[in-house]
Ligand binder design. Structure first.
Ligand code: DQA
Length: 168
């Protein structure tokens, strides 16, 4: 596993960005958003993999594949955020740092969008910042990876110290 590999998962209708409801989601296409993310990833020593699907089962398969191959996930489950127990379960099973992103502010929108099931399986949620949210998600994950590494180093040092003490 690459310790800084991040899987970016985009749910249904996000392949239509730049075309669909520009007043809500803006003018950038998904490819343009992904292209821009590459520079933020590079600055933060993150390697990216992108995946988009309109199918719930494909999203779940991809989340399952991330186990053991990725260090974290950025996901915009789109409409499935509000309905999918199956994607929520898959995210929980992945047991990785996960940042959920929404381009629009879901709390300012229709009532049925104001609850996210998948957010309950995520480390944190970024909502309402447009495409910038994806960059914020990468920066958040980079910080989380640094923290995990520091904790692991401290644990290993403590373990080595304890072993040396018992060997005396
Ligand atoms: C969305 C918000 C969802 O409610 C909606 O179904 C989407 C996009 C967002 O990024 O703002 O498709 O996840």
């Amino acid at each position: 596993m690459n310790k800084n590999r991040v899987l970016v998962i985009q749910g249904p209708n996000l392949n239509m960005l730049g075309v669909r409801e520009q007043n809500i989601y803006g003018a950038m296409s998904l490819d343009q958003i992904h292209e821009a993310m590459k520079s933020t990833a590079g600055e933060n020593n993150i390697e990216l993999e992108f995946f988009q699907s309109n199918l719930e089962g494909e999203l779940i398969d991809k989340i399952q594949e991330s186990i053991g191959t990725c260090a974290g996930i950025v996901i915009n489950p789109a409409a499935y955020s509000h309905t999918s127990i199956a994607i929520t379960d898959a995210l929980r099973a992945a047991n990785l740092p996960i940042v959920e992103v929404h381009i629009s502010n879901i709390y300012k929108r229709e009532e049925y969008r104001q609850k996210s099931l998948t957010a309950q399986a995520s480390t944190g949620v970024i909502t309402g910042f447009g495409p910038l949210g994806y960059h914020l998600a990468l920066i958040s994950l980079a910080q989380i990876f640094t923290q995990i590494e520091a904790t692991n180093t401290a644990k290993n040092e403590a373990k080595e110290k304890a072993q040396k003490e018992t060997a005396k």
